[in-house]
Write a protein that binds this ligand. Sequence first.
Ligand code: GTP
Ligand code: MG
Length: 199
Amino acid sequence: MPIRSATFVMSNSDVSKCPKGTLPEYAFIGRSNVGKSSLINALCNQKHLAKTSARPGKTQLINHFLINDNWHLVDLPGYGYARVSKSQKKVFQKFITQYFKQRKQLICAFILIDIRHEPQPIDREFMKWMGTAEIPFQIVFTKADKISPKTIQSKIEDYFKVLAEDWAFFPEYYVTSAEKRTGLEPLVSYIEQLNKTLR
Ligand code: GTP
Ligand code: MG
C-alpha cells in the first residue's frame, strides 16, 4: 500500500516529549548528509515535508511524521558530523541514543548508507551499538543514482563482505534513490507488512 497521507506531527530534542500512544514507529538514522530527510520526502511524495540541505547537520531534532493515519516515520539528526571536540567525535548525540533506548513504539530502524562509500567505522560502530541494544534494523543504501546501475550489485557485495567481520548474519537491505524515486516501494511494503503483524 503506498503512502497516501503524510503530515508533520512535532519536533523535539527530548524523547519523553515524543508522541504518546501506541502507533508503530520507524526511524531513519545514519551519517549526516546520507539522505535521510530526502528519502522521507521521496517516500511521502512531498518536496518539503522534511527539511533537507546540501550542508551536513540540517536535521537537528527528532521529527515525527504521521503516515496514512496509522504509523509514524521519524527523521533523526545524523551522526558522525560533529561540530564538537575531537574526543567527542565518535559519540553519537546523546538524544539519538536516548531515543533508541527509550522509544517503546519503535518497531524497526533503517540505517542509511551512501552507496558510493566503503563501510565507515562510525556506521559499523552504530550497527554494533544497535545490536547490543537489541534494536532491530535494516540497511537502506541511498543515492543509487550516483553510481552506474552495473556497479550497484558489486558495491553491495563489497559492503557486506566487510560487515561479515562484525555480523554472522545480515539484515535485509534496500537500494534507493530519492532523486530518481527508485527503490521506494519495497521499503513501504516492508513497513506495511510489519504493521499487519502488529494488529
Ligand atoms: P542531515 O539532516 O544533515 O543529517 O542530512 P540528511 O541525511 O537528512 O540528508 P538530506 O536529505 O538533507 O540530503 C543531503 C544532500 O544529499 C542534499 O543535497 C540532497 O539533495 C542530497 N541527496 C539526498 N538523497 C539523494 C539521492 O538519492 N540522490 C542524490 N543525487 N542526492 C541526494
Ligand atoms: Mg536530515
